[in-house]
Ligand binder design. Structure first.
Ligand SMILES: Nc1nc2c(ncn2[C@@H]2O[C@H](COP(=O)(O)OP(=O)(O)OP(=O)(O)O)[C@@H](O)[C@H]2O)c(=O)[nH]1
Length: 329
C-alpha cells in the first residue's frame, strides 16, 4: 500500500464526518427557527405569513401637494357676505384642512382653486357640479396677475374648546369671527383653517395642558412639561393652499411673527401685517379679566407675539410664577 492510497482511504471517512456535522448543525438551527415561529398555542403561522412581502418603507413625499376636493357656498352669521368653503386633502398628513374664501371667482384674474376647477378625465358636468366646480368651458385658459390691493388672509389653527364650546381660556373664537367679519366687509379674503388643534399637539394633550395651567404653569410651560414644543405647528400647507388659490401676496391678520416668516420662506409675500387686538383690551378699567387675558400676556411676553400688553394686565407676568411656587412647596 503506497502513501497516496492511505491518504485517500482516510479522506473519505473524514469528508463523511464533516458533512454529517454540517447536516446536524443545520437541523438544530431549523428546529430552533421553527420553534421560535410557533404561536402561543403551539401552531405554526398560516400560509399568508410565509408569502407576505416585507412592508414597503413609507417614503415621506418630497413635494407637498394639496388638492381641493369640494367647495360649497356657506352663508354665516359671522359675516355680512357668504363665503365659499373649500376642503383640501394633501400628501403629507391625513387632515382635511379648509379654506374659507370671500369673493371666489373663476375668471382670468379671480381667486379660485386651480385643483378644484381643473378638468378631470372622464367626469360628467354633474360630477363637477357635485364637487362645486364650474362648467369646464368656463375655466379660463390663461391668467393674469391681480392688480388690486392684496386680499386679507388669516392662518387659523382650529380650537374646539374656544370655537365650538365658547371657552374663554383663549381668544380663538373671537379671532375667527373677527376675521370673517372683516373679510365680509372688504368683500374679499381667505381664512386658512388648519386642523392643528392645541398648537399642533391635539385636543387630548391640550386638555392636559389646561390642567397644568390650572396648577400655575403658563401656556408655554404647560406644553413643555408634557414633553411638547411650546408650538408644534408649521404652515407650509397654508402656503400651498394660497398658491392653489392663485394668491401670491396677502395682508396677514395675525400677531404671530412665526406665521409671517413661514409664509415668506415658502414664497407668499406678506405685504402687511394686520394686528388682532382682543376687543376687551380697549377698556380694562373695570378690572374684569378672563383666563384668556393671562394666556395672551404669556404669548406676548414669552412667545414673541406682537401685542402691546396693557398695564392693567402686567400683574399676570408675576402672578403665575408665585402660584407655581406654592404648588412646588
Ligand atoms: N397647547 C395649547 N394650545 C392652545 C392653548 N390655547 C389655545 N390653544 C390652541 O392655540 C391655537 C391658536 O391658534 P391661532 O390663533 O391660529 O394662532 P396664534 O399663534 O395665536 O397666532 P395669531 O392668532 O395669528 O396671532 C389653536 O390651535 C388652539 O387650539 C393652550 O393653552 N395650550
Amino acid at each position: 500500500m503506497n502513501s497516496s492510497s492511505v491518504a485517500s482511504d482516510l479522506e473519505l471517512p473524514l469528508l463523511t464526518l464533516s458533512l454529517g456535522s454540517v447536516v446536524i448543525a443545520l437541523s438544530v438551527v431549523t428546529i430552533n427557527v421553527i420553534a421560535s415561529l410557533r404561536n402561543e398555542d403551539g401552531k405554526l403561522p398560516s400560509l399568508s405569513f410565509w408569502t407576505k412581502k416585507a412592508p414597503a418603507k413609507q417614503q415621506k413625499p418630497t413635494t407637498l401637494e394639496v388638492t381641493c376636493q369640494v367647495k360649497t357656498r356657506l352663508p354665516s352669521e359671522y359675516s355680512s357676505m357668504e363665503h365659499s368653503l373649500l376642503l383640501y386633502t394633501n400628501n403629507i398628513d391625513n387632515e382635511e384642512h379648509l379654506a374659507l374664501v370671500f369673493g371666489y371667482e373663476v375668471s382670468e384674474d379671480g381667486v379660485y382653486s386651480r385643483s378644484l376647477e381643473g378638468v378631470r378625465e372622464g367626469e360628467s358636468p354633474r360630477d363637477r357640479a357635485v364637487r362645486g366646480a364650474v362648467d369646464a368651458e368656463k375655466v379660463p385658459k390663461t391668467s393674469t396677475k391681480k392688480g388690486n390691493k392684496d386680499p386679507l388672509a388669516r392662518i387659523h389653527s382650529c380650537c374646539f374648546t374656544g370655537e365650538t364650546l365658547g371657552s374663554v381660556r383663549c381668544d380663538c373664537r373671537e379671532q375667527l369671527c373677527e376675521a370673517m367679519k372683516r373679510m365680509g366687509e372688504e368683500g374679499r379674503g381667505v381664512i386658512l383653517y388648519l386642523r392643528q388643534e392645541g398648537r399642533g399637539i391635539g385636543l387630548l394633550e391640550k386638555m392636559k395642558a389646561y390642567n397644568l395651567i390650572d396648577q400655575g404653569y403658563d401656556t408655554q410651560e404647560a406644553n413643555i412639561q408634557l414633553g411638547h414644543p411650546a408650538d408644534a405647528r408649521s404652515y407650509e400647507i397654508a402656503t400651498a393652499i394660497l398658491q392653489d388659490l392663485r394668491i401670491p401676496s396677502v395682508r396677514l391678520l395675525t400677531n404671530n411673527p412665526h406665521k409671517m416668516k413661514s409664509m415668506a420662506k415658502d414664497g407668499v409675500v406678506v405685504s402687511e401685517r394686520v394686528p388682532m387686538i382682543p376687543a376687551s383690551w380697549s377698556d380694562l378699567s373695570k378690572g374684569e379679566f378672563q383666563d384668556r387675558d393671562e394666556y395672551l400676556v404669556t404669548k406676548a411676553q414669552k412667545m414673541g407675539h406682537l401685542l402691546d400688553v396693557p398695564k392693567e394686565l402686567e400683574v399676570f407676568s408675576t402672578e403665575a410664577s408665585e402660584k407655581k411656587g406654592s404648588i412646588a412647596a
